[in-house]
Write a protein that binds this ligand. Structure first.
Ligand code: ZN
Length: 553
């Protein structure tokens, strides 16, 4: 079956894309025995683990058996620091589009590499982080919605590095984030620390307690500062500083004629105002957020009423929050420099997904697969490698990060992953490691048989999403429960304004077939853990803008 599939891909790629290298993009066949049919059946609801949320610190012992790292690796003794930035658009990172917002990210890019065609593996945090940490697309882990967690028999990046003697730690804030032990993403972290959101975070507009910038990076900074100099470390930091609701300096009362400031922070902008009158404040008591098809709410109405000026204000707040996020990056760079680790650290900074800012009639993320949400900034700095001033144009994915790190340090990647190492691109920026990538799942429950997502095979992008492809020109509505199918040519139409699905049905069919074939293979190795959610955690998800999260129970 695999041979047949490769043959089909080869013909398709040569005829449609003229590509001579089909092997790199064909997803791996399962390399392990398939799970039994019983393994795929959902356990009774009463036995499903509960996602409660909450801050805390989880610890586990380092593995005792340490393998030696490959001697001919590019960076065998290097530390690894991975920063995942929630909701960060490529065009708000200065190395891609200079707005003067992100000097610290520019320091990462200097002497390093940045990628021009890096795609997320999903459009929301949990599924993207799972793909980054496992090197597998959502279909391979089954984690494509809030209702599933990672199974225990899938290896993670910190777990593998731990086997090679790394000390591993993860840091984030208590929020409606997927980086939590209940989802299985603590696997391999000898230290996982989730702190209550400090004042610099969208979920932490506290009326008391410490205030300042880069507070959410503080636990990571202390951990790195206290690590023995001779100890190799892997540290991951998931920052939500750019996530809605944006944390910025609120406008003075009456100083924002659009009303967006008031909709975000309420009329009383003083620090002592109650949460209830600050509907944009996550942690408040009012329903909040901005969706497209979610029915009326205060922010959406305010945006609609305020027109272009309101949209500009909204975009301005997002840009401000990006400037604040950059302080998180600066804090990490500073501690690496202070401890003498910067020049021996493989530093990766990547967005888990982007953010819609009103283009295509969408705000936030989680529903669509337009470029603003799925084409993400990716910066990599590798000790001993000169870097590249120009963006690397090759197509890469979240799933490629795990094999890249492992190859750089000389560790062996697990069998069955979907990712390919990006190391060849450091010396040959125009080389190809894949010609197709997948973006799978969404914030609401996504049944496997009507999967939402996208297939990216430049120049084509096929999107299957609940949002219309093109504003103002509705297609015939899809069948009930089916998403819209949108086909865009990214070369001739980078703004995704012309849906070509009806003009190129063969391309739609081929891309869909490629995805279907992959899912059929991947399903055999996916046995995710079904979860249920504590009502308080679901309320937290809603306050972060995820209205339909966690359905069904
Ligand atoms: Zn995110």
């Amino acid at each position: 079956m695999l041979a047949e599939m490769r043959a089909v891909f080869t013909i398709f790629l040569v005829t449609i894309f003229g590509c001579q290298n089909p092997s790199a993009d064909v997803p791996s066949a399962p390399s392990t025995a398939s799970k039994s049919a019983e393994a795929h059946q959902a356990p009774p609801p009463s036995s499903r683990p509960l996602v409660r949320g909450g801050a805390g610190t989880w610890v586990s012992e380092a593995p005792k058996a340490s393998d030696s790292l490959g001697k001919d690796a590019l960076c065998p003794d290097c530390d690894v620091v991975l920063i995942t930035m929630c909701s960060v658009r490529r065009d708000h990172v200065d190395v891609y589009q200079d707005r003067g917002l992100t000097p610290a990210l520019s320091r990462v890019a200097e002497g390093g590499y940045h990628f021009g065609a890096a795609y997320s593996a999903s459009n929301f945090t949990l599924a993207s982080l799972t793909a980054i940490l496992t090197g597998r697309f959502g279909s391979s882990t089954g984690v494509v919605g809030w209702d599933k967690g990672l199974v225990s028999d899938v290896s993670t990046l910190p777990e593998i590095l731990g086997l090679y003697g790394y000390s591993t730690a993860g840091f984030t804030i208590n929020a409606a984030s997927g980086f939590r032990p209940e989802y299985g993403l603590d696997k391999g972290f000898q230290h996982l620390e989730i702190i209550e959101a400090p004042s610099d975070q969208p979920d932490g507009r506290q009326r008391s307690g410490p205030t300042g910038t880069a507070l959410s990076a503080a636990p990571l900074v202390s951990w790195i500062a206290s690590a023995p100099a001779s100890q190799r470390i892997f540290a991951m930091f998931h920052t939500r500083t750019a996530h809605f609701p944006f944390v910025v300096a609120p406008p003075k009362p009456g100083g924002d004629p659009t009303g967006i400031g008031a909709a975000l922070w309420g009329d009383d902008l003083s620090p002592t105002s109650s949460d209830a009158v600050r509907p944009g404040v996550s942690g408040g008591t009012a329903t909040q957020g901005v969706g497209v098809s979610q029915g009326p709410n205060a922010l959406q109405n305010a945006l609609r009423r305020s027109g272009p000026e309101g949209l500009a204000a909204w975009r301005g707040y997002y840009a401000q929050s990006m400037g604040r996020l950059d302080a998180d990056i600066a804090a990490v760079l500073d501690v690496l420099e202070r401890t003498g680790r910067l020049d021996k650290t493989i530093l990766i900074v990547v967005a888990d997904h982007g953010e819609s800012l009103g283009e295509h009639q969408e705000f936030l993320h989680g529903d669509s697969y337009f470029e603003g949400v799925v084409r993400v900034p990716l910066l990599i700095r590798v000790p001993g490698l000169a870097g590249n001033a120009a963006a690397i144009p090759s197509l890469v994915s979240h799933v490629d990060l795990l094999p890249t790190v492992l190859e750089l340090v000389g560790a062996v990647a697990p069998a069955g992953i979907d990712g390919s190492s990006m190391v060849p691109l450091f010396t040959q920026p125009k080389a190809t490691i894949r010609t197709t990538t997948l973006i799978e799942g969404g914030v609401s429950w996504t049944p496997r048989d009507v999967m939402r997502g996208a297939v990216i095979a430049p120049p084509w992008a096929l999107l299957r999403q609940p949002l219309m492809c093109v504003t103002g020109r509705p297609l015939p509505p899809p069948a009930p429960g089916e998403p819209f199918k949108c086909l865009f040519n990214l070369d001739s139409d980078p703004g995704q304004t012309r849906n070509l699905a009806r003009e190129y049905p063969d391309v739609v069919d081929e891309l869909q077939g490629r995805w279907d074939d992959f899912r059929a293979l991947a399903a055999k190795k996916a046995s995710p853990v079904a979860l249920k959610h504590d009502p308080a955690f679901k309320a937290q998800l809603k306050k972060s803008g995820y209205f339909k999260a966690s359905e069904p129970e």
